[in-house]
Design a protein around this ligand. Structure first.
Ligand SMILES: [Zn+2]
Length: 127
């Protein structure tokens, strides 16, 4: 069972709202599966683009490189929060984030009022 966690949204004028979500620390095997999924997609598309005239000089190497970079980015996602829900700190409209990846300095914008807010994770759920 995944532990519940809290995600705090803070606007520039320091209004705050708390979202509830499910914290998940990904195991090495789960991270490898996520990396493999991303890399295989990029490299499969790269293999397909070999068949395209002229573009096959640019697209396959670019997609191979992008696949490696995307795989590295996914590998760094060791801690995630799924299904975070709560109100917007500015307008109170319900917000929903299906997947949040824990990083420094996360920002987003409310789709209703267009105010931006900073996203920070509950420190107790970082273990
Ligand atoms: Zn809003």
């Amino acid at each position: 069972m995944q532990p519940r966690t809290r995600v705090k949204l803070t606007t520039l004028d320091n209004r705050e709202a708390i979202l509830d979500g499910w914290a998940e620390n990904l195991s090495v095997s789960a991270r490898l599966k996520r990396v493999a999924k991303v890399v295989v997609w990029f490299w499969a598309i790269a293999a397909f683009t070999v068949l395209l005239p002229i573009l096959h000089f640019i697209l396959p190497p670019a997609l191979l490189l992008c696949g490696a970079c995307a795989g590295l980015a996914v590998w760094r996602q060791a801690r995630i929060v799924r299904d975070a829900r709560g109100p917007c700190p500015s307008c109170g409209e319900p917000l929903s984030f299906p997947l949040l990846v824990r990083r420094e300095r996360m920002k987003d914008t409310c789709p209703s009022c267009r105010h931006s807010f900073r996203i920070s994770f509950d420190q107790s759920a970082n273990a």
